[in-house]
Design a protein around this ligand. Structure first.
Ligand SMILES: Cc1cc2nc3c(=O)[nH]c(=O)nc-3n(C[C@H](O)[C@H](O)[C@H](O)COP(=O)(O)OP(=O)(O)OC[C@H]3O[C@@H](n4cnc5c(N)ncnc54)[C@H](O)[C@@H]3O)c2cc1C
Length: 246
């Protein structure tokens, strides 16, 4: 049995806007532990009257980075925790954090099979940790990313994904923009479907390991479509970003 993780007081060392509704928070952790790409932290907030609430946030940064982690949070209108993080928290503030948590939705550079990462919206966050880890570890397993966003302005980490794509041995990166597209857009323009997955997954062969993260419906339809095109469900790991309560 692993020891129970304790809450620790993280300090916010940086805040970076990613899109109009998404920010990355760098958390300095006094009891930092190396994570596995794909794991998350729980963040707990306590009000002056003692009311507490907590939510899960995937780690965006690579395990190679010590003493701190990045989390990337989408502001949900009326969302208790995400709007507090966006609207109230400033650099130097402290929040309670507990992690790293999770042992199933993880990828390590020692896994040498071809890799397919499928994201919807902020579901790209744990997959970015995997890509950053892959780059830091100089892994060269064939890798593709399929990332669905509403519009170009909503794409998180666009520039970094592009840099990774252009690097030697970098992943292939496919974007789909489901609601609006720039005039010169060359990527996909529809929700992830079977024919799109066939195009993206086929070159990776039958041993491909798949990680899917995003809204529940998107995750389920992508996983079902992959099974239909012949990928064994044992090779597909999913994570849903639903409400976590607390
Ligand atoms: C393992 C795990 C990892 C996660 N990682 C991330 C991450 O990296 N980045 C990130 O931004 N979020 C992530 N989430 C989602 C996050 O935990 C919260 O659910 C989210 O931030 C909303 O919390 P809130 O307190 O702002 O909203 P709440 O006060 O809980 O909810 C307000 C309203 O928004 C709805 N709602 C709640 N969550 C969502 C959502 N995700 N999308 C749309 N509507 C929602 C609720 O049903 C409710 O109507 C993760 C969830 C899990 C389970």
């Amino acid at each position: 049995m692993k020891p129970t993780l304790n809450w620790q007081i993280a300090s916010v060392a940086g805040i970076k806007p990613e899109t109009a509704s998404v920010k990355t928070f760098t958390l300095k952790l006094p009891a930092w532990m190396r994570h596995r790409a794909g794991q998350h932290y729980d963040i707990r907030l306590t009000a002056e009257d003692g009311y507490q609430t907590q939510r899960s946030y995937s780690i965006a940064s690579e395990p190679e980075r010590e003493a701190e982690v990045d989390i990337t949070v989408e502001r949900i209108d009326d969302g208790e925790v995400s709007s507090y993080l966006h609207d109230v928290v400033i650099v130097g503030d402290r929040v309670e954090a507990r992690g790293p948590i999770g042992g199933y939705f993880v990828w390590e550079a020692s896994m040498t099979d071809p890799l397919l990462l499928i994201a919807g919206g902020s579901g790209v966050v744990p997959l970015m940790s995997m890509l950053r880890h892959r780059a830091a570890a100089r892994a060269n397993n064939p890798t593709a990313v399929l990332y669905s966003s509403r519009s170009f302005e909503d794409v998180i980490y666009y520039d970094e994904l592009d840099r990774l794509r252009k690097a030697n041995g970098g992943p292939q990166v496919f974007h789909t923009l489901t609601r609006s597209q720039p005039a010169d857009w060359k990527g996909y323009t529809r929700r992830i479907d079977e024919s799109m997955l066939k195009e993206v997954a086929s070159p990776l062969g039958r041993s491909v390991q798949v990680f899917i993260c995003g809204p529940t419906l998107m995750v389920e339809s992508a996983a079902n479509a992959l099974v239909k095109i012949g990928i064994d469900s044992n090779q597909i790991r999913t994570e849903r970003f639903g409400p976590t309560g607390g």
